[in-house]
Design a protein around this ligand. Structure first.
Ligand code: SF4
Ligand code: SF4
Length: 273
């Protein structure tokens, strides 16, 4: 099955994020953030709030406004999902640099080593643990969902039809190929529908494989076939019950005695036994 819908969904989500939601990507999908979060330890650089100077906090919330992850920088410690961008520190320092009342800066700062609050504040530790469990559960659920989608769409075989010969824009033959993905023998019966048997010929109507691999044959179209657009369906029926089909839109020029023109392939989902 085509996987183009995945790109369509991603593009739609990104446009929606840029236009409406803002920073959804940063919060939930950014690989850098997840990567950084995974390797945080108690010794990792983090944003620290000087609780001894809490009375100097103006409660202006500039730091919270500056945080695009919507964290409260006064409550971050080493296991939070802060990415250490420093925007909150810059916002707080700007306020303190301008103010006589709240000087000197440093209420929010970068620090290394364990944050004392992480040792003493059970609520912070519990919130951090909850956050990590939630992230792990969401990641596991997404992984299982992708695995289930992949499993549901898995086909043991695949039928492909493409150009075999294209000389000076003239098409007359097609390559018909089956892919066999299992390590056991397989046999495929090929057939063509949608076109009078006078106008086509398959080099082989049976393809056999002793193990995983691919096998191919040629579909020849008659140069004398009627002018116009022809919808040709190539089918493959495997001995294990799987069947697949491939639709070709072939334009025959006629008149000059040669089949010519465009080919548009459409691979249809094979049916599993
Ligand atoms: S360093 Fe950046 S991500 Fe971390 S709390 Fe401050 S503004 Fe938010
Ligand atoms: S920006 Fe600084 S002063 Fe303002 S609320 Fe945040 S920590 Fe307090």
């Amino acid at each position: 099955p085509s996987t183009h819908w995945i790109y369509a969904v991603l593009v739609a989500v990104m446009f929606l994020d840029l236009a409406v939601i803002r920073h959804l990507f940063c919060k939930y999908m950014c690989i850098y953030r997840v990567w950084q979060h995974m390797f945080k330890t108690r010794e990792t650089l983090h944003v620290a709030y000087d609780t001894a100077r809490a009375s100097e906090c103006a409660h202006c919330r500039y730091c919270e406004e500056a945080c695009f992850l919507e964290l409260d920088p006064k409550r971050t410690f080493e296991y939070d999902s802060c990415i250490n961008c420093g925007e909150c520190i810059a916002a707080c320092e700007e306020l303190h640099a301008k103010s006589r009342k709240y000087a000197p800066p440093g209420l929010l700062r970068f620090a290394l080593g364990p944050d004392p609050r992480a040792q003493t504040d059970g609520r912070l530790r519990a919130a951090s643990l909850r956050g990590r469990i939630k992230a792990a559960l969401i990641g596991a659920a997404a992984g299982f969902a992708l695995f289930a989608v992949g499993l549901a769409g898995y086909a043991p075989h695949q039928l492909i039809v493409d150009h075999a010969e294209a000389q000076a824009g003239m098409l007359s033959d097609y390559r018909v190929m089956v892919r066999h993905k299992l390590y056991r023998p397989a046999r495929f019966e090929l057939s063509v529908a949608g076109l009078d048997p006078r106008w086509w010929r398959l080099d082989a109507t049976t393809l056999t494989l002793s193990t995983a691999g691919r096998a191919e044959t040629r579909l020849h179209l008659s140069p004398a076939m009627p002018k116009g657009l022809h919808r040709i369906v190539v089918r493959a029926q495997a001995d294990d019950g799987w069947s697949g089909e491939f639709v070709i839109m072939h334009y025959a020029g006629g008149g000059d005695g040669r089949a010519q023109g465009s080919h548009a392939g459409q691979n249809r989902v094979g049916k599993n036994p």
